[in-house]
Design a protein around this ligand. Sequence first.
Ligand code: A3P
Length: 314
Amino acid sequence: MSVDVIPWAQRPDARLILVLSSERSGSTLLRYTLGAHSRLVSPSEMFLMRYPDYDAWRTRKSVAIDSLLEFFDMVGHPKSTEELDSIFATREIADVYRMLFDFLPERGILVDKTPAYANEISTLDRSRPLMPYYIWLIRHPLGVIDSHLRIKDREKQERAAEGSLPRRLLSPFTGVIRRLNGSREALARKREAKWVQQNQNIRRFLETVPHDQQVSLYFEDLVIGPEEIVPALCKMMGLEIEPGLLQFQGSRPSMNPHLGDPNFHTHKQIDSTPAYDWAERMREDWLMPHTKQLMKELDVRFLPEEAARQRTTA
Ligand code: A3P
């Protein structure tokens, strides 16, 4: 970086950080960690950028009103849903963001982490005029797939437990039945394809964004070495390093599963176990060749013995 470039967070128009990732990549953890910084306001998933205007967002993603209400609570201007509708109705989405910036404290920055932004490049393009800083959070695809499958298994079990007596009796075996009929494999492949698509979209988009407006971050590094990674991230953005950033204390709220990680409140601290615990259940050689190719291009770390095999087959 040249010496006369002002770091992003020190510019007067620095108002928005977008966290881009595939779902299940640790984005709630990152949002929560960043939210401990005195300049950052970091509500649950907002989904705003996916829609051209406020009215489309309200109609097509009604659950996300909770995130907007949370934002206003956080900045000390609590509002009702009716008030929000009357303030923002008919506004284009970029204007909605600009109006939100006006409610931030002096030098405040909104952190908007919504993994679904990576689904379409048009969503990412919509963010451009707001000059955000982009944090690209990358997790090993098997970590993402494993997390996704565990959530789906649990949802099925919960549904079966709530259902009729025959379904309840079958519920302990539904995982096995699905494994036998192959639908679990199909679910995993679908999730793999989504990981590829989303990360390709992010990469294509960020290729067009100035370097001093973006950083990429690996989930595994974040959870294994948060003491180095979080201050380094702040430094990259031009944010002051604050002592309280890694104090992961107190009880965390349980998330609305539509707006963040439903298991987030179960973690007592930043935990390194999820970095590679998928390796007990899954193997990298299961991944499609094009997924492994993208992993290499994105510098996603393979497990050591798999890395050696990848080198010999490359
Ligand atoms: P699992 O709980 O299924 O393992 P996202 O917020 O993007 O949906 O990502 C959720 C994943 O982040 C979790 O998936 C978990 O792996 C990881 N995660 C959440 N809280 C964490 C913490 N305190 N420490 C380490 N990893 C965490």
